[in-house]
Design a protein around this ligand. Structure first.
Ligand code: ADP
Length: 174
């Protein structure tokens, strides 16, 4: 499914983000940048060790304490069909605290980094909806609103949803 969201072409795909032919794929990383499960594990497995090497260099330099929640940073995409991986750290869902703005920030900051790279197409997973426990309907609303509000030069934003319920949640928001 595809449509326009303001100036940005928005595409929904059910599938694996590591297979996307786009300029940049976004990784739902954790703040250590040292890999993990879910999307993060898939990206490092498929992209190969070059990505982790660059993450280690980031940790040795500017990101000594790790990448803060809601921020984004780019590395090579190694062997992936993309040119760059943009790592962002989603918030862990909390029932007692509203962390929506941090989740929106992941989308906003990733697009800002994409602009600095000159990336025209960017693929996002449903950040925070796996291990970090965010209900997918609410995460879809936040993701779509954040992209809509973003001031970006990116032409195509592709949401890559792993399963049918996540796809349906994003479809319902468009
Ligand atoms: P988080 O820690 O931010 O919750 P996860 O990687 O655990 O991140 O999950 C985020 C979402 O990505 C979940 O909806 C999960 O089903 C989905 N996902 C897992 N693997 C892939 C993949 N290879 N491509 C796209 N989405 C994936």
């Amino acid at each position: 499914m595809a449509g326009m969201l303001g100036e940005v072409k928005l595409t929904l795909v059910q599938g694996d983000i590591t297979e996307q032919r786009v300029d940049a794929v976004v990784n739902a990383a954790n703040s250590s940048l040292m890999g993990g499960g879910g999307v993060d594990g898939a990206i490092h497995r498929r992209g190969g060790p070059e990505i982790l090497e660059e993450c280690r260099r980031l940790r040795a330099g500017h990101y000594g304490k790790g990448l803060p929640t809601g921020q984004a940073v780019a590395t090579t995409a190694g062997r992936l069909p993309a040119r760059w991986v943009i790592h962002t750290v989603g918030p862990v869902h909390s029932a007692s605290q509203d962390r929506s703005d941090l989740l929106a920030s992941c989308y906003r900051e990733s697009l800002r980094v994409a602009d600095t790279l000159g990336a025209a197409s960017v693929a996002f997973p449903a950040i925070s909806t796996g291990i970090y426990g965010w209900p997918v309907d609410d995460a879809a609303r936040i993701a779509v609103e954040a992209v809509q509000a973003a001031d970006t030069r990116v032409d195509e934003v592709r949401f890559v949803l792993f399963d049918a319920p996540a796809y349906a949640a994003f479809e319902a928001r468009l």
